[in-house]
Design a protein around this ligand. Sequence first.
Ligand SMILES: [Zn+2]
Length: 472
Amino acid sequence: MKVKIQVVIESDNGESQIVQEVTQIERGILQPENLGLSLAEAKTLLQRVQRTFVEKQIFEYEKQHNSCLNCSKKLLHKDKRIVVYRTLFGKLKIKSNRLFYCSCQDQPARTFKPVANLLRERTSPELLYLESKFSSLMSYGLSVKLLQELLPIEGEISATTVRNNLHACAQRLESELGEEKGAYIEGCPRDWDELPRPDLPLVVGMDGGYVRSYDKKSQTKGNFEVIVGKSIKADGTSKRLGGVYCYDTKPQRRLFEVLKSQGMQMNQRITFLSDGDEKLRDQMFGLNPNTEYLLDWFHITMRLTVMNQTAKGINKKDTKLNTDIPKELERIKWYLWQGNVFRALQLLEDFVDDLEIEVLDGNDQPEVKKLFKMVREFETYISNNGACIPNYGERWHNDESISTGFVESTVNQAISKRFVKKQQMRWTPKGTHLLLQMRMLILNGELRHKFQQWYSGLRLDNEPHLQMPHAV
Ligand SMILES: [Zn+2]
């Protein structure tokens, strides 16, 4: 059996018709593996249909753009130039007209190429969308492999082009984000009183994580900090955001836009949870007049757990310590849970003193020294953040947020898979920041909408605009 596949192109008035054969497929005895099309055949088919289709579209477009917009005089043809354009179904080398401008008006140049002007970005929006989608979730190299496996674009895209395209999209996002400004609070308390009754508080959590860096120029290695946040509405819906601390020039604007998109009102309360890091709180300052800053319970318990682990390594027979360390830590935790910073600090002070005497008396167990250092640091931590320690127990009882454990998972989602686990990869602050922007767009479920905003004719839903032929 021989199957011939043709493309039939009809003019709008139905008068002329072009029939072009794109491929022939032969089949012998039916086997499971030769039923229908193979991927290779489908790729060839798509590639050829695409070429025929585009050739005709370009021909029509050039026919419509060959006369002066001002005086309608036919424009003089100079020569043909190749425009390279990447699509889902192959890289096209489009022969396009170069025309002389009409002399009826002053022009910036002598000639122009209508098709090149139309196809300024040399990658089709839909390919750009798929590239962005995959490379935000997996490595650039893997994204290229996957796309090449499924689409007829072997050898036509590379990790570098995909990365550059993703960066260009992220730069576009960045440029759409308004400028950073000193203050975002609008109106005064009297105006806020007149606002409608606000929603329940927005809960904002922020946390940082480190990514290994590499500077090509100086060949230096190091770390830089990625800050990730999540804002949760009372109805449970949430949005994520992130940036590279040393690179981001608009962290507050970024956070403000997220809060605004969640309907934040100036009379609405915000609960801001963090590990007490000043620079995280700074991002929130000036965005909302009713913000309460809380120390994240998760970070308190994490430190206590680590201290407990360290204490287990101490050989009790060689110490003069009378305190039952796990019990003591449990008591401290209990006072902190109730927001009793005063009592917790008293206990911590005594604990630090006991450990200090132990160290001064010559106990040289490394665990004792380590624990001494940790408890002293914890005391400073609690003392510095005392004002942000609420009665966690009461809040918990009232179903109010006490922890950004939910941000931990965002940090993981945002950076671990793509940045940390891939040990051989080293990142630049800029590359990481830009990739994060696209990644957050995906995690927030906004990528498709964004592309449709950028390219209004782009259809990305599952039901494409196909007219089915009449029943034959
Ligand atoms: Zn003219």
